[in-house]
Design a protein around this ligand. Structure first.
Ligand code: BES
Ligand code: MN
Ligand code: ZN
Length: 488
C-alpha cells in the first residue's frame, strides 16, 4: 500500500500535483485552489496560467500533466476536484495515482482550510485507485511508493488519514480475497487467511468449525452445499468484543469459494467469474477487522459459512431435503441456489445462539440483482425502516451504492413446499426478492432487526473507474465500517 505522509514542509518536489476547481460561472476555465503551504517559486503562477490554456474544466478526476525540464518540480500535475465533496476528492485521488504511477513520489498541495472529509476521500482514492491484484512477479508494477500531502497543520489531519488508511486496507483485503483464484482459496485457506489477519490485531476471537463439528451441531445446509467438494466446508466466526460495547451486531457473509451451480450446473459464461461468490464473506470479515483496527466500541461478530459448490458423486441433488441448523427444512429445487442454504444455517445459528441486537447479511445471491439495478448497485432488503435508512446513508456516504427493494408479501406463498418447510428456489416471482424472503424465514425473533443486501452486481467491475479497479471491488466494507462507526 502507498505510504501517505502529511507534511507542512514538503521536501520531495520532483513531482508536484495541485488541485484545480471549476471556474465560477458557466464555462469559465478551471482555477487552481490556493495552497495551504508555500510551494516552490513559479509553481502557483505556472498552474494559474496553465489551467485556462489547457482548457481544464476542473471536473473531479480530470488530470493535466506538464513537464518542466530543468525546473523544480520537473513534473506538474493539475487535478480536478469538482465540487469538492468527499466523492469528488475520492475520484481526484484515484486519478492522481493513475497519472503519476511512473514516479516514485508525488507531493500534493492541499488547499488551505481543507476539510477532514476531503482528506479522507482523497486518501481513500489514492489507496484504492492504486490497488492491483497480482499473483507472482509483477514486471510492470507501478513505481509510485508514496504521496506526501502538504498541509499547514499535519496533526489536524492525522485522524482523517488514519480512517482512510484503515478503510482502504480492509477494502483491499476484501478485494484480494475475492480476486484470489479458487484453486487457492478453498474454505480451509480462507479460514487460515482470517486467522492470519486476526492475529495482527489485539482483541479478536476466532472460532472455525470443521465438517465433523458442523455435523455434530446440525449445520445441514453448509454440509449439503460443501459435500460435493474435495475441500470440506468451514464456518468461520470472528468476534470483536470490546469491553465497553452496548450494541452487538452480527454480520453474515456468503462464502462460496467457487460456484459451479452443482448438479444444476451453470453454463460457461455464467460460471467464469464464480470465484467471486465469497465476496460477501470477504466484506464482512474485512469490516469486522476494520472495527477492531479502529477500536470501535461496538461488538461485531462476522459469521461466514464457507463452502465450494461442486459437481461430484458426493454433491447434493435437486430435490434433496436439507435440515438446517435449528430444524427448518428446505427442498433444494435447484443446486445453484446454494448461497441461501448456507446462509440459512448461519442466520439461524446467529438468532438462536448469538442473539445480537442487529443481524445483517451480505451475499452475492442472485443474477437478478444486476437485472433489476444494473452493475453498480446492491439490492437492500429489510422490514426495519430505520435500519434500512441508516445503512443506505452510510453506504452512500462511503461512495458505494445500494437501493432498497420490497419484501413482496404476495411472493411468500411461492416458498411453500409439500414435503419440506420451504422451497429453496421457487420458479415464480422476482429472483432477488424471493431469495430475500427465503432468508427472512430463518431470522426468527430478529425478523425486525435483520437486513439483507444482495451484492452480486457491485461486487465486481469490468474496468477501472475512479477508486474502483478492474476485478473485485470490496463492495460493502466501506459502507459497513461507516455504519458501525455511527453505532459507536
Ligand atoms: N452465485 C450465484 C449468483 C450470482 C450470479 C452472483 C451472477 C454473481 C453474479 C447464485 O448462487 C446463483 O446461482 N443464483 C441463481 C439462483 C437461482 C438458481 C434461483 C441465479 O441467480 O440464477
Ligand atoms: Mn449458485
Ligand atoms: Zn452462488
Amino acid at each position: 500500500m502507498l505510504a501517505i505522509r502529511l507534511t507542512a514542509e514538503p521536501d520531495r518536489l520532483a513531482t508536484v500535483a495541485l488541485p484545480v476547481r471549476p471556474g465560477g460561472v458557466d464555462d469559465a476555465p478551471a482555477e487552481p485552489v490556493p495552497a495551504a503551504v508555500a510551494l516552490p517559486d513559479g509553481v502557483a503562477d505556472t498552474a494559474a496560467a496553465l489551467a485556462p490554456l489547457a482548457r481544464l474544466t476542473g471536473r473531479a478526476g480530470e488530470v493535466r500533466d506538464q513537464l518542466r525540464p530543468g525546473a523544480v518540480p520537473t513534473r506538474l500535475l493539475l487535478v480536478g476536484i469538482g465540487e469538492g465533496d468527499e466523492a469528488a476528492w475520492r475520484s481526484a485521488g484515484a486519478a492522481l495515482v493513475r497519472a503519476a504511477k511512473d514516479e516514485t513520489y508525488v507531493t500534493f498541495s492541499m488547499p488551505a482550510g481543507v476539510s477532514p472529509e476531503a482528506v479522507r476521500g482523497f486518501v481513500e482514492g489514492l489507496l484504492l485507485g492504486s490497488y492491483r491484484f497480482r499473483l507472482g512477479a509483477d514486471a510492470d508494477a507501478p513505481a509510485l511508493t508514496g504521496v506526501d500531502l502538504a498541509v499547514a497543520d499535519p496533526d489536524a489531519h492525522e485522524q482523517a488519514v488514519e480512517l482512510a488508511r484503515t478503510t482502504a486496507r480492509m477494502t483491499r483485503l476484501a478485494r484480494d480475497l475475492t480476486n484470489t483464484p479458487s484453486s487457492v482459496k478453498n474454505p480451509q485457506w480462507f479460514a487460515g487467511q482470517v486467522a492470519e489477519a486476526a492475529a495482527e490485531l489485539p482483541g479478536l476471537g476466532l472460532r472455525v468449525r470443521e465438517p465433523e463439528q458442523l455435523a455434530a451441531e446440525g449445520f445441514g445446509g453448509i454440509l449439503a452445499v460443501g459435500g460435493g467438494s474435495a475441500s470440506g466446508p468451514r464456518l468461520v466466526e470472528l468476534d470483536w468484543q470490546p469491553a465497553e460495547a452496548a450494541t452487538h451486531v452480527v454480520l453474515v457473509g456468503k462464502g462460496i469459494t467457487f460456484d459451479t451451480g452443482g448438479i444444476s450446473i451453470k453454463p460457461v459464461p455464467a460460471m467464469k467469474l464464480m470465484r467471486k461468490d465469497m465476496a460477501g464473506a470477504a466484506a464482512v470479515i474485512a469490516a469486522t477487522l476494520g472495527a477492531a483496527a479502529l477500536r470501535l466500541p461496538v461488538r461485531v461478530t462476522a459469521l461466514v459459512p464457507m463452502a465450494e459448490n461442486m459437481v461430484s458423486g458426493d454433491a447434493f441433488r435437486p430435490g434433496d431435503i436439507v435440515r438446517h441448523y435449528g430444524g427448518l427444512t428446505s427442498e433444494t429445487t435447484n443446486s445453484d441456489a446454494e448461497g441461501r442454504l448456507v446462509l440459512a444455517d448461519a442466520l439461524a445459528y446467529a438468532v438462536q445462539e448469538l442473539k445480537p441486537d442487529l443481524l445483517i447479511d451480505l451475499a452475492t445471491l442472485t443474477g437478478a440483482n444486476a437485472v433489476a439495478l444494473g452493475t453498480r448497485t446492491g439490492a437492500l432488503y429489510s422490514d426495519n425502516d430505520q435500519l434500512a435508512k441508516d445503512l443506505l446513508a452510510a453506504i452512500d456516504a462511503a461512495g458505494e451504492s445500494a437501493w432498497r427493494m420490497p419484501l413482496t408479501a404476495d411472493y411468500v406463498e411461492h416458498l411453500g413446499s409439500d414435503s419440506a418447510d420451504l422451497y429453496s428456489a421457487p420458479t415464480q416471482g422476482a429472483g432477488s426478492v424471493l431469495a430475500a424472503l427465503y432468508l427472512r424465514e430463518f431470522t426468527g425473533d430478529l425478523r425486525e432487526r435483520w437486513l439483507h443486501v444482495d451484492m452480486s452486481a457491485p461486487s465486481w467491475c469490468e474496468r477501472d473507474d475512479a477508486e474502483l479497479t478492474r476485478g473485485a471491488t470490496g463492495w460493502g466494507v466501506r459502507g459497513l465500517l461507516r455504519w458501525l462507526a455511527t453505532l459507536a
